[in-house]
Design a binder for this molecule. Structure first.
Ligand SMILES: Cc1cc2nc3c(=O)[nH]c(=O)nc-3n(C[C@H](O)[C@H](O)[C@H](O)COP(=O)(O)O)c2cc1C
Length: 180
């Protein structure tokens, strides 16, 4: 099985992201062993490493060690992010900043939601993930009114589901199932 991490980036109690997550998991097939990584539960503090993770020094804090091990265990990644002030939520940037080598070459697909098909956050997040060395294979943006209501009612366009299925194919191809 290919272990796919799905990062749920919103930490709001009534997050629309929870509904979007249901669509994502229902659209993916059983090729993946899914690890839902809820940043609200991961609850990292503001980055507190002694050095830049890019330097590759041993992590000193237990939360950083645990976070690194969780991402290291993945074969592929899907990031589910809202668009906040034209960008990703701060806790997502913080969670990414905590690590470096763990992101490298990790096949990654992005799902954004917001107004105008989340067209601001997706290119920004693609740049960020590229910067830390992840292999971004694609993205899909869901739009309020077109695909979902602001309360999280879903009426997602078929082309968006097709784009997610294509993304899943790319992730599976880049991260072949582990044997044993
Ligand atoms: C702080 C904040 C800033 C926002 N800024 C934007 C924005 O720039 N563009 C946009 O499309 N939606 C924006 N929104 C609306 C969110 O896309 C919407 O509230 C969405 O439901 C947030 O995802 P969540 O419910 O999973 O947290 C913003 C919402 C918040 C809370």
């Amino acid at each position: 099985m290919t272990t796919l991490g799905i990062i749920l980036a919103s930490a709001r109690p009534n997050r629309v992201g929870a509904h979007v997550l249901e669509w994502v998991t229902a659209t993916l097939d059983d090729r993946f062993d899914v690890d839902v990584i809820d940043l609200k539960e991961v609850a990292l503090p503001a980055f507190d490493g002694l050095t830049s993770p890019k330097q590759g020094q041993p992590k000193t804090e237990q939360h950083a060690i645990d976070w690194g091990a969780r991402i290291e265990s993945l074969d592929a990644l899907l990031i589910l992010t809202p668009q906040y002030n034209g960008a990703y939520p701060g806790q997502l940037k913080n969670a990414i900043d905590f690590l470096y080598a763990e992101w490298e070459s990790l096949p990654t697909f992005l799902v954004g939601y917001g107004w105008n098909d989340a067209n601001e956050v997706l290119p920004m997040l693609e740049t960020l993930m590229g910067r830390v060395g992840a292999e971004v294979v694609g993205s899909v943006g869901l739009g309020f009114r077109a695909d979902l209501s602001v309360d999280g009612e879903l009426f997602i366009r078929e082309e968006k589901s097709a784009a997610l299925r294509e993304g899943a194919d790319l992730l599976a191809a880049k991260a072949p199932a582990q044997v044993g």
